[in-house]
Design a binder for this molecule. Structure first.
Ligand SMILES: Cc1cc2nc3c(=O)[nH]c(=O)nc-3n(C[C@H](O)[C@H](O)[C@H](O)COP(=O)(O)OP(=O)(O)OC[C@H]3O[C@@H](n4cnc5c(N)ncnc54)[C@H](O)[C@@H]3O)c2cc1C
Length: 416
């Protein structure tokens, strides 16, 4: 079978069920498509792919290319409108089978649906590589994903996560696409604060670092700190680019619990990972509603877009020093702690009466670990129109400052 594996957020060899499936073909082409729309202002006047994520993505692609070349294969990195590029390839090379990882974003799903319609004779397979559970083995059918996380969690916690698989021992013959490949930009120096490096190699090194020490044992006690590399796992960017598998993460965590120690913190890491899981399946269930101002709820919410205040929020120039420090950290590094994200989002929604969707779009542009379901889902949750749609969450900035930055260290670091 001539197979095209369209790689997306699955940029790894390890525990990649899509790659293992593709490895059963007789001939195979591996393709990644860079969409020019990622770099053009979208609906909210913002560029979806900011510099940090772009850098991380390029590093991930370079790392994957090198790994594949080591196995006599290649990753064809092309540029263009994804359905148009994939359509041309199917026509030109007569692919019989297209494999892609399951997508959770509305636009990404629409692209695959379009392709399926254009090529009824081609087999399309969507493989679960991004989540802990497969579509056909969820705690409940997608149509019954509950409105509250706690109800999902109660059932999901009782389920066993499938063990991760290894990289395929061999890959089939590579089909030469003789297409002009998209060259990657020169990697720029993003400064000393930038510690996240894209790619499966860096992800594995980070896993070795994280699980070989004591950090998982104190996770729950320090996860809400505003700063500090060691206060949370920092796996998100690797999980969301697919450089690291969520199942591998759980496997390492279980191993840690078995051979080192199991406590509240190790358990809580899993609970947080289930939030990621929940948001994926919720996004699949609610589709376009993930992006609506009223979200998944029936009530209309206020909140308006005002250029001046919104720009001040984005650039850390509000009258709230703690929020400003968060926003400057985000711009400088592409990363912000979960507590920082909550404080900044709550400020835009509650203190500034802003339209939450613009905040979500700014995070999309800035976050190195952007994930469509987690980002828009968390924003909806805070705005009170998403999961658990009972009034949103309001974080008192004064109180948060007293708890998390009483000694001004965080503000001093990021406001200078
Ligand atoms: C407004 C807002 C926007 C967010 N946008 C994103 C996003 O685009 N991408 C993203 O991965 N996370 C997002 N989060 C969730 C969370 O802030 C990050 O996952 C976390 O800070 C990443 O750091 P970590 O890997 O050290 O997390 P850890 O605290 O070590 O957690 C372990 C893993 O659990 C998952 N996780 C933890 N908290 C959440 C959560 N609330 N929702 C979903 N998954 C979670 C992540 O995969 C994370 O890597 C957002 C949160 C808020 C409040």
């Amino acid at each position: 079978m001539r197979t095209l594996y369209w790689m997306t957020n699955d940029l790894r060899l390890d525990d990649n069920a899509a790659l293992s499936f593709a490895a059963r073909s007789s001939e195979l082409a591996l393709v990644y498509v860079i969409n020019p729309d990622w770099f053009v202002e979208g609906q909210y006047g913002l560029i979806p792919m900011g510099v940090h994520r772009w850098q991380f993505l390029q590093q991930s692609l370079a790392d994957l290319s090198a790994s594949l070349e080591g196995r006599g294969h290649r990753l064809n990195i092309l540029r263009g409108d994804p359905p148009a590029v994939i359509s041309e390839l199917i026509d030109q090379f007569q692919f019989q089978h297209v494999i892609v990882s399951r997508q959770f974003g509305f636009d990404e799903i629409a692209q695959i649906t379009l392709l399926r319609g254009l090529f009824p004779d081609v087999a399309f397979s969507a493989v679960d590589t991004y989540t802990l559970f497969n579509l056909n083995a969820l705690p409940m059918p997608v149509s019954e994903i509950p409105e509250t996380y706690s109800r999902f969690r109660r059932k999901a916690e009782k389920m066993k996560v499938r063990s991760p698989g290894c990289a395929p021992a061999e890959l089939p013959e590579a089909i030469k696409l003789d297409r002009e490949e998209s060259s990657l930009d020169e990697i720029v120096d993003l400064g000393a604060h930038h510690r996240l490096r894209g790619g499966e190699t860096a992800a594995k090194a980070h896993a070795e670092f994280y699980f070989s020490g004591e950090l998982p044992l104190s996770y729950k006690l320090v996860r809400n700190e505003l700063d500090g590399w060691e206060n949370s796992s920092k796996f998100s960017a690797w999980l969301n680019s697919g450089c690291f598998s969520a199942r591998r993460f759980v496997d390492l965590l279980s191993e840690f619990e078995q051979y080192r120690e199991r406590n509240d913190s190790t358990y809580w890491l899993y609970v947080e990972l289930l939030w990621r899981e929940y948001f994926q399946w919720l996004a699949l269930k609610i589709g376009k509603k993930l992006f609506l101002k009223s979200g998944n709820s029936a009530h209309r919410i206020l909140g308006r877009f005002d250029t001046g205040p919104f720009s001040a929020w984005c650039h850390g120039e509000t009258r709230y020093p703690l929020v400003n420090a968060c926003m400057k950290q985000l711009r400088a590094t592409g990363y912000l702690s979960n507590r920082g994200r909550q404080i900044a989002a709550s400020c835009l929604i509650n203190e500034m009466d802003g339209d939450w969707r613009y905040g979500a779009a700014w995070f999309e542009s800035q976050l190195i670990d952007y994930d469509v379901a987690a980002n828009w889902g968390n924003w909806q949750y805070l705005a009170g129109v998403g999961a658990d749609p009972k009034g949103g969450r309001h974080f008192s900035i004064t109180k948060q400052t007293e708890i998390y930055d009483a000694d001004s260290r965080f503000r001093s670091r990021w406001l200078t």
